[in-house]
Design a protein around this ligand. Structure first.
Ligand code: G3P
Ligand code: CA
Length: 246
């Protein structure tokens, strides 16, 4: 069965990378969530996409120049400006908060290390320590566009699955994935033709294309039995999977 991973939670309908978005993903029947991590000024692992808070919050500045307390004051509603503000203001979660919430479900979690522009000291070590503290080794996939970082993760924790992110057409990407000790790969869906996905899966490499939001693309991937899809619209994907029986 093709698994459905909710990209930044249910980011198409809720403020991305917030608890509200992750809870919505769980409610939609997704099998997993995808989220992005950076380090705050005081070294906390925080869940947010960009290097700055400018786009997704009412604040300004680089994440690694703000303390966790400062980050926690921000409204993370992003483009959903007034999202549930009458109930509770969405905040930037820590990875630990997400892991606490995961105690109450059996979702998988794809952690994307956002360390291509800023090299956060000890990001890999801190993320892996937290995974081990919660004994989530079998529920986590670590991905990144920084493939050196994935090799570093493998060296520290060979038991945790890693997956290279890429957006252009790699030649025989399953060989590359194996070369960097990854058991899976996360291509942009436009760089993942059926034949490449099927060959990779035949070679034992799981394929989870991102970010698959249109029904026509979801359907193609569901019909070929792709390992998983990463989507902003998990509810739509779950309904479609039911409809076509995959
Ligand atoms: O993990 C897939 C996808 O999230 C990678 O791109 O920019 O949405 O983090 P981005
Ligand atoms: Ca991501």
């Amino acid at each position: 069965m093709t698994l459905i991973f909710a990209h930044r939670g249910s980011a198409g309908t809720h403020p991305e990378n917030t608890m509200e978005s992750f809870v919505a993903a769980e409610k939609s029947g997704a099998d997993g969530i995808e989220l992005d991590v950076h380090l705050s000024k005081d070294g906390e692992i925080v869940v947010i996409h960009d290097e700055t808070v400018d786009r997704t919050t009412n604040g300004k500045g680089f994440i690694n120049c703000l303390t966790l307390n400062e980050l926690k004051e921000l409204n993370a509603s992003g483009k959903f400006k007034t999202f549930q503000s009458f109930i509770r203001v969405p905040r930037i979660p820590t990875l630990r908060e997400v892991f606490e919430w995961m105690r109450g479900n059996d979702l998988q979690c794809n952690i994307e290390l956002k360390n291509t522009k800023i090299m956060y000291p000890l990001l890999e070590e801190k993320v892996i320590q937290l995974i081990r503290d919660y004994q989530y080794e079998n529920r986590i996939i670590i991905s990144s566009f920084n493939h050196y970082s994935l090799v570093q993760c493998y060296r520290i924790a060979p038991e945790i699955e890693t997956a290279p992110l890429y957006s252009d057409g790699l030649y025989m990407p399953w060989i590359y994935a194996r070369a960097i000790h990854s058991k899976s790969m996360h291509p942009n869906y436009r760089a993942a033709p059926d034949a490449i996905i099927q060959e990779a899966m035949n070679e034992g490499i799981a394929v989870r294309p991102y970010t698959v939001n249109k029904e026509i693309d979801m359907e193609r991937l569901l019909l070929i039995g792709c390992s998983a899809i990463i989507t902003d619209f998990p509810e739509k994907a779950v309904k479609l999977r039911k409809k076509i029986g995959k």
